[in-house]
Design a protein around this ligand. Structure first.
Ligand code: AGP
Length: 613
């Protein structure tokens, strides 16, 4: 999705802006641009293509301005082109604007502005914003020091949709105004300088102190101040938050790609996520929640709502919640949930999982649940992200910044956190056998070491990747919790290797998909549940008979000679087995993508953070 960067300080802005944009490249984009305040007006440098091309644009080296805004665009309205790239300016070139999000009523606003003499040069929704600011500015007779802010505020209150906006003006050479609604934007602050970005890692090397904005809070920035206003322009107080992430955690640290680094960071990510929550001699602790037995006994249904990989983590959590807490749990895709009028009320607990915390559909589903009276609980990897500010309660995975588009350590951290949450609920409800809970806790504590052991399969997986990287179709099979891992393995493969793949509950094979199995096709199976292993093996036997090449990921005793490749992972509790069984599949996707020479971290058409619907 689009990325936003901004700088106001004492140094030349353009190199800082370009470097910030490069750190946001992982979000996915097709064009880039910057605008700075120069002595003779607002500069505007933009084009379609890569961020690095900006450095070759004529005149960029001559920019001296110390205030500027920058943007990477992911086309929604209008094709990737210079005209459609951001920043956009009003017709008089008084205001430059970058925008992340979608203006739903832009057609209406555009017509209104055209009727008032404005001309449009792009097909974007964004171009209405600078012109609308100009419109309000020129209609305002007061010449006080809030005039710029008033114009931005009046324009924003007319916008429907989502936006994170930065505005600079040649008339206010020492100011920048920013605001957000349902789109991410953070402000890093240090003495004499402010850094802005769509996410924290991009500016973490400059500061650890951040202002996190709520919807429709307007900020007027100067080099050494940040003033916050509500939508009635009453000044509000805001404290900075210190982010503990290590800046080097956002670099590659000697790995070829962020994805590989993040796969290998999983033992640490899980250790950090477990933190001090699990103690074998006492109950699990979530200081942020403080749920009572009375409240948990009143819940008649839990919904887990998320998108993509986060939804797969939710699917694996359903098992633990239902079995340990005896509360019915449904898992839904956020984009479906929000439009299907789900049956929820004040007795429903809705859990929303999002690595970024900024996924538009997940946020909308959360808002809907609140409207319907449900209690909402957010699970995110990003402190202060939108879902955590919307939800009644928030808990965090501590996976550290995840840069690669394909989610790996965030997924395993989410799976572990939901399991700890299920134990926390079960201990309060006192309706589960305490001995099995303690055993599960021990298994969770053993995970980091077992993940390290699972990573040892890397060479074998690399070999298998070389054998199958040219395939056109791959199938993933599993039963029970292994079926959720089959889905995640299949998604990983599609995302970064562009190989068509499908995942099926192994028992469904005979009901149709087996018609697709032919000589030489690759079938990958996950077998971690001893109660289902015989059934699954007989399903794999059916595809072998039809000529399939097989890879099996297992922690069970099986006849290895039956299969082409068997990857053994350590044994663990079934609830948390996805954390170990996904690892060979993450590595497989990675090595196939490398074998094909693809861009692992930034796969085509995908964005890290899907902030529009
Ligand atoms: C994961 O590999 C994907 N890139 C994608 O499915 C992702 O999990 C999904 O977009 C949800 O993102 P979120 O966790 O930030 O909400």
């Amino acid at each position: 999705m689009c990325g936003i960067v901004g700088y106001i300080g004492t140094k030349k802005a353009y190199p800082i802006l370009i470097s910030g944009l490069s750190r946001l490249e992982y979000r996915g984009y097709d064009s880039a641009g910057i605008s700075t305040i120069e002595n003779d007006g607002l500069s505007l440098m933009k084009d379609k293509g890569r961020v690095k091309n900006l450095s070759n644009l004529d005149g960029i080296d001559n920019l001296e301005g110390t205030i500027g805004i920058a943007h990477t665009r992911w086309a929604t309205h209008g094709k990737p082109s210079k005209e459609n790239s951001h920043p956009h300016q009003d017709n008089s070139k008084t205001f430059s604007v970058v925008h992340n999000g979608i203006i739903e009523n832009y057609n209406e606003l555009r017509k209104f502005l055209e009727n008032n003499g404005y001309t449009f040069y792009s097909q974007t929704d964004t171009e209405v914003i600078p012109n609308l600011i100009h419109y309000h500015f020129s209609k305002d007779d007061k010449n006080d020091n809030l005039k710029f802010l008033r114009a931005v505020k009046n324009a924003c209150l007319e916008l429907k949709g989502s936006f994170a906006i930065e505005v600079i003006s040649i008339l206010y050479p020492d100011n920048m105004i920013v605001v957000r609604q349902d789109s991410p934007l953070v402000i890093g602050t240090c003495e004499d300088e402010k850094y802005l970005s769509s996410d924290i890692p991009a500016i973490l090397s400059y500061t650890r102190d951040f202002y996190l904005l709520n919807d429709l809070e307007f900020v007027v920035l100067t080099r050494n101040s940040a003033k916050f206003y509500d939508e009635n322009l009453n000044e509000i107080k805001k404290e900075t938050q210190t982010i503990e992430w290590n800046a080097s955690a956002a670099e590659k640290d000697g790995f070829d790609d962020f994805m590989l680094k993040e796969i290998y960071e999983q033992p640490t990510a899980i250790r950090e996520t477990i933190g001090a929550k699990i103690n074998l001699d006492s109950k699990c602790e979530f200081d942020e929640l403080g749920f009572t037995k009375e409240y948990l006994s009143s819940i008649n249904k839990i919904y887990i709502v998320a998108c993509g990989t986060a939804m797969h983590a939710g699917l694996s959590g359903k098992n633990a919640i239902e079995k340990l807490c005896k509360i019915p749990c449904e898992v839904d895709i956020a984009s479906e949930f929000r439009y299907r009028d789900p049956i929820i009320d004040e007795k429903t607990l809705c859990i929303f999982i999002s690595q970024s915390g900024e996924t538009a559909d997940t946020i909308a589903a959360l808002k809907l649940s609140k409207e319907k009276g449900a209690k909402t609980l957010a699970i995110s990897n990003v402190i202060g992200s939108s879902i955590t500010r919307e939800a009644d309660y928030s808990i965090y995975t501590h996976a550290g910044p995840e840069i690669a588009v394909a989610s790996t350590k965030a997924y395993t951290s989410q799976v572990v956190l939901i399991n700890i949450l299920a134990i926390y609920f079960a201990e309060i409800l006192e309706n589960s056998d305490m001995e099995s809970l303690t055993k599960l806790k021990q298994d969770i504590l053993d995970l980091p070491k077992k993940i390290e052991e699972s990573l040892d399969c890397s060479d074998e997986i690399k070999k298998f990747a070389k054998q199958i990287y040219q395939e056109k179709d791959v199938f993933f099979l599993g039963r029970g919790i292994d079926e959720t891992v089959a889905r995640e393995g299949s998604l990983k493969l599609k995302e970064i290797s562009y190989i068509h793949s499908e995942s099926y509950a192994a028992g469904e094979l005979k009901h149709g998909p087996i018609a697709l199995i032919e000589n030489g096709i690759t079938v990958i199976s996950i077998l971690t549940n001893k109660d289902l292993v015989k059934k699954s093996v007989s399903n794999i036997q059916e595809v072998i008979t039809r000529g399939a090449k097989t890879l099996v990921v297992t922690n069970q005793e099986i006849d290895r000679n039956m299969f082409d490749t068997v990857i053994t992972i350590p044994e663990t509790n079934c609830f948390i087995s996805p954390i170990l069984s996904i690892i060979p599949l993450q590595l497989l996707s990675y090595y196939i993508s490398k074998e094909k020479g693809l861009d692992v971290d930034k796969p085509r058409n995908l964005a890290k953070s899907v902030t529009v619907e």
